[in-house]
Design a protein around this ligand. Structure first.
Ligand SMILES: [Zn+2]
Length: 239
């Protein structure tokens, strides 16, 4: 089991590098190609919101590249340096994707609501869970050397760490379909509103799917970590 998990971790790492490389390549390539309509990403956002009967969503600028996001609390779409005012296939595809998230929020789409509910905990969970689990294993180790210490305590502390980490896994599990859905909504609008040509739509799909693959990698990586923690607890138990 241990060796399988090591191999899985290495595969996920190589996969992650490949996905990131492909995403960077595609983003760059289609940043250089103007969309056939000549519209800006901002125009497309306004049009997509109107077509979907979504109101009250505003736009703002965020520094950096690929930092675009939709903030449901502020009901605001943030567009990054090259997307804000951009007219390339990449700019329009990314803006349409973020707009897809705004539509999910407006529809009160259940997976989106679930992610909103667990997002604050997932952030904290990812920081503390592994340390809690390791502390549990350490307590189990101490108990194996001293008869005065309770083995059960370590076991339960470790289980607590694993339970907290499950929140991280759950977060990525729900994030992947949300990201794919936002891309699907964006691509549907791109087609419906005719912002890009038929061939350009295929290019846009490549960019958005590559971006979504990064969430698939994150999900796989969290699954491997979860299994490693379970294995760690099992090893503590054998001592
Ligand atoms: Zn997204």
């Amino acid at each position: 089991m241990e060796i399988i998990l090591y191999i899985a971790a290495i595969i996920v790492m190589i996969w992650s590098i490949a996905v990131q490389g492909r995403l960077n390549r595609l983003v760059k390539k289609y940043s250089q190609e103007e969309a056939s309509s000549g519209k800006t990403a901002n125009d497309c956002v306004r049009e997509m919101l109107a077509v979907n009967d979504v109101y009250g969503v505003t736009m703002d600028h965020v520094g950096g590249e690929l930092t675009d996001n939709f903030n449901p609390k502020e009901n605001k779409i943030y567009l990054s340096d090259s997307v804000d005012g951009g007219t390339s296939i990449t700019a329009i595809a990314i803006a349409a994707h973020e707009c897809g998230h705004a539509c999910q929020a407006s529809d009160a789409w259940l997976p989106f609501k679930i992610r909103q509910a667990i997002a604050p905990f997932a952030g904290i969970a990812s920081k503390i869970s592994v340390w809690v689990a390791i502390a549990g294993v350490f307590l189990m180790y101490l108990a194996s050397r001293s008869s005065s210490m309770s083995y059960e305590l370590g076991y339960w502390v470790c289980t607590l760490g694993i339970a907290i980490y499950s929140m991280v896994f759950l977060f990525y599990l729900v994030t992947l379909p949300i990201e794919r859905n936002a891309s699907r909504r964006g691509l549907a609008a791109m087609k419906q509103c005719g912002w890009v040509s038929e061939a350009q739509l295929k290019s846009a799909k490549k960019v958005l799917w590559a971006a979504g693959d990064t969430y698939a990698v994150a999900l796989a990586s969290s699954a491997v970590t979860l299994l490693r923690l379970l294995l760690l607890r099992g090893r503590g138990r054998r001592r």
